[in-house]
Design a protein around this ligand. Structure first.
Ligand code: AP5
Length: 149
């Protein structure tokens, strides 16, 4: 049986810049990733994403604007076994809200898109960040073009 995990690609807008949150693992190869974690038995993916984001970054659902209809999935192998990770896009409502790290991570970074892609390293993760970024830009464009006063 493969592993299943879920989380959020979290972004904030600070000084006109879109920045993505990445956390550095305190174990293994000390890789960087968005907040996410293992789906517990009987738990649905979205509940896992919320729980892990609270555990790993300190954010509650009310702290986030969540784009629930457009999750993206990564599939890769860890130690020879398939792993599926479902990510939702979410914006931090208060860009100055502090991240509270758990023991699972030692560092955090808020990075603009290209630096975030470089930091995660894995091609599929880079493609995901690019797709989410496009979504944000498109939503911003639609908001500007809505004809509202
Ligand atoms: N390896 C470990 N050693 C010791 N304790 C551990 C551990 N992993 C978790 N724990 C501990 O287990 C407990 C439960 O954690 P919990 O968070 O509940 O469960 P988990 O499934 O271990 O959580 P994650 O999915 O976040 O784990 P991960 O960071 O290993 O996964 P990732 O896929 O990023 O990364 C897994 C591997 O895949 C690689 N990888 C990441 N993304 C990709 C990708 N897109 N393509 C290919 N490889 C990738 C990473 O570099 C890494 O090597 C915690 O206390 C935690 O500290």
């Amino acid at each position: 049986m493969g592993k299943r995990a879920a989380g959020f690609v979290l972004f904030r807008r600070l000084c006109g810049e879109i920045q993505y949150l990445l956390l550095k693992a305190s174990y293994g190869d000390f890789h960087w990733s968005a907040p996410k974690g293992h789906v517990d038995p009987g738990e649905d993916d979205f509940t896992t994403a919320l729980r892990e984001t609270k555990e790993e970054a300190g954010f509650d659902e009310k702290d986030l604007i969540i784009y629930r209809d457009t999750p993206l999935t990564l599939n890769y192998e860890v130690k020879g076994k398939p792993k599926v990770v479902i990510y939702w896009l979410a914006e931090l409502r208060n860009p100055n809200q502090e991240v509270i790290l758990s023991e699972e991570h030692t560092e955090l970074k808020w990075l603009p898109k290209d630096a975030a892609k470089e930091c995660v390293g894995f091609k599929d993760n880079q493609v995901m960040i690019e797709k989410f970024h496009e979504m944000i830009l498109n939503m911003d464009k639609n908001r500007t073009n809505c004809g509202c006063p």
